[in-house]
Design a protein around this ligand. Structure first.
Ligand SMILES: [Zn+2]
Ligand SMILES: [Zn+2]
Length: 208
């Protein structure tokens, strides 16, 4: 794998941040991908065709277009899509969607690459910094186990322990939220008082 070291450094950086490291990488890479498409490839025929086939980006990726300062590129892409669908809208028939959101496709490629890299890595340093991070969200861990024939035991143990602990903390939060348990609730740690946020985030991931 020629860019193995690039992935290693990207993971190390992402592991130093809060949240699932693969979600962090996906968020950064998809922002970079969209930025790159707007600034460099807005007139690229291959990209434009894929963009038209999918009728533009999905809702989550399209939302980010408003945060880019290049209004011209967004306008060019938007003009293309609207002029493509308007005749169908007038005829009252839905325009066929012929492909997936190009930014989602890029996201899936990045996820496959990093989850494969993580499962194959036998590097001790990588293991150390990964185990000091929050670890993968549930969707990314599921994807890792589905994509790789064998999940390395260190990754399996790390995530099973993490999810088991999260479940126990969530159950304690639910129990302490019962009427008459105000004192027990007050005794919970600051993290445990907001564990509902953590379980929501862990179950859905934060890739977009
Ligand atoms: Zn994730
Ligand atoms: Zn998308």
């Amino acid at each position: 794998m020629p860019d193995k070291h690039v992935n290693w450094f990207a993971l190390e950086k992402a592991c130093a941040k809060d949240g699932c490291p693969v979600c962090t990488i996906v968020r950064e890479r998809s922002a970079r991908y969209i930025d790159n498409m707007l600034f460099e490839h807005v007139s690229d025929r291959g990209f434009r065709e894929r963009y038209r086939n999918s009728l533009g980006f999905c809702a989550a990726h399209a939302r980010s277009l408003e945060s880019y300062r290049d209004g011209l590129a967004v306008a060019i892409l938007g003009e293309d899509i609207l002029s493509h669908v308007l005749p169908d809208l007038k005829k009252g028939r839905p325009t066929k969607v012929r492909g997936k959101c190009p930014a989602c496709e890029e996201t899936e490629r990045v996820e496959r690459e990093f989850l494969g890299f993580l499962a194959e890595s036998a590097d001790g340093d990588l293991r150390d910094f990964f185990c000091a991070s929050e670890g993968l969200c549930v969707p990314h861990y599921r994807q890792l186990t589905a994509q790789n024939r064998r999940t390395p035991s260190w990754l399996k143990e790390f995530h099973e322990k993490k999810f088991t602990l999260l479940l126990a903390r969530t159950r304690a939060f639910i129990e302490c939220s019962a009427w008459g348990r105000q004192d027990d609730f007050a005794a919970l740690s600051p993290e445990d008082k907001v564990v509902w946020k953590e379980i929501a985030r862990t179950l859905r991931g934060e890739a977009d």
